[in-house]
Write a protein that binds this ligand. Structure first.
Ligand SMILES: [Zn+2]
Length: 397
């Protein structure tokens, strides 16, 4: 047995797993490189997704140490990176306050709190006590500098030992990153009040398949949940999934509210979840669309590049763009650079593909052709390109 392979489902522990897609070898997608890192060798791991035939949960086959993913690098994602995410966190904060009746007496902990955008909103509106927990030294520092009390650690029993009587544990885009998603529930059992709640938001695995969001697959995204696998996971630890809704965030996310049921295991038979398993044809169509997209976009980029007069740039150095770039084996010989509005990313290089990131204005002034990496936002982003004499390469999966 290879210790680096997941042989059983992270949720229901079945070993009845089946490959959904193999995207080749990739480094960690969030590990943007500084210039001095370019002389070092990057580690690549196979990026393969398996699906559990029992509960429909999907997960990456290969384990990548979480220390390598978060603690050892200067993590570049900050949760305030766009107006869309800021609005989303505000809306989620209002939802959580209403759903859990939070007041100024309440206590809320957020694992994977990043720079604290979500708990800051919760604190501002409800005046309650908040604590963020994040394993990345640079983002937890930023959070504390912003006045959001944040502990630099993974969310585990040791890190929450001193905290009791917590009303709500809330995690947005966190459970999907966890090597062992059971941990959020087992750890919460030690600090939540008897009637406490857990709210999680995770990208929906079924939406990934239906909309061909293959580029949201990367080593940091260990788990791709559906509402049935979420319910099973909570039930194992005595939590009832009382509400689950599909929200319009990150291409479709599941927002799930769990209530602690006095520590009693909720039996699977009692799970009142109306869930239809994805059909085989949908999974096959996803695979075909992804392969076809690779062929079509590669062909177009090489053809434009062969004229010798073009300068192809990309826009939007989002993490998911790295899956796309590495899956298509692109590098700086084809793509001159990537434009991004986030200063934290400027002059860094994309992992694997090693393409330099520039200020967006530089790219708009120098490009002849642009490919928009967050291709699902093409309408929004292409509006700012219109006034320049730039051709937009409009190919999406
Ligand atoms: Zn399963």
């Amino acid at each position: 047995m290879d210790r680096n392979i997941r042989y059983t489902c992270n949720v229901c522990e079945s070993n009845d797993l089946r490959e959904i897609i193999d995207l080749g070898e990739h480094p960690n997608a969030d590990n943007f490189l500084k210039k001095e890192d370019l002389s070092k060798k990057e580690v690549f791991y196979p990026l393969i997704v398996d699906r559990c035939n029992k509960c429909g949960h999907m997960q990456n086959r290969i384990k990548v140490k979480s220390e390598d993913r978060y603690s050892k690098i200067e993590y570049s994602y900050t949760s305030d990176n766009s107006a869309v995410s800021q609005n989303h966190f505000k809306e989620l904060a209002e939802y959580a306050i209403k759903e859990c009746f939070l007041t100024k007496e309440s206590f809320v902990i957020e694992p994977g709190s990043n720079i604290g955008t979500l708990i800051e909103s919760i604190k501002e509106i409800s005046k309650c006590k908040v604590l963020g927990i994040d394993p990345s030294p640079n983002v937890s520092n930023l959070a504390n500098k912003r006045g959001i009390n944040t502990k630099c650690s993974f969310f585990n029993q040791k890190s929450i030992n001193e905290f009791k009587n917590v009303d709500l544990i809330i995690g947005c885009n966190v459970l999907n990153h966890m090597d062992n998603p059971n941990e959020i529930f087992s750890v919460s059992n030690h600090c939540l009040k008897k009637d406490g709640s857990i709210i999680v938001e995770v990208p929906c695995g079924d939406e990934l398949i239906n909309n061909c969001y293959f580029d949201t697959i990367y080593h940091e995204h260990v788990n791709y949940f559906n509402k049935y696998s979420l319910a099973i996971l909570g039930a194992k630890w005595g939590y009832e999934l009382i509400k689950v809704t599909l929200v319009d965030y990150m291409g479709g996310s599941l927002r799930a509210v769990f209530k602690k049921k006095g520590g009693n295991i909720v039996h699977k038979k009692k799970l009142n979840i109306n869930y239809n398993f994805l059909k085989e044809e949908k999974i096959n169509a996803f695979r075909t669309r992804t392969f076809y997209f690779k062929e079509k976009l590669s062909k177009e980029l090489y053809s434009i590049n062969s004229t010798g007069k073009s300068k192809i740039f990309c826009l939007g150095a989002a993490t998911k763009g790295n899956t796309l770039l590495n899956y298509l084996n692109l590098n700086s010989q084809i793509i001159e650079g990537i434009g991004d509005t986030m200063p934290l990313k400027h002059n860094k290089y994309t992992p694997g593909s090693r393409i330099r990131i520039f200020d967006e204005n530089y790219v708009l002034k120098n490009a002849t052709h642009i490919y928009i990496l967050p291709w699902n936002l093409i309408d929004l982003i292409s509006s700012k390109i219109k006034k320049y004499n730039i051709e937009i390469i409009n190919i999406s999966p």
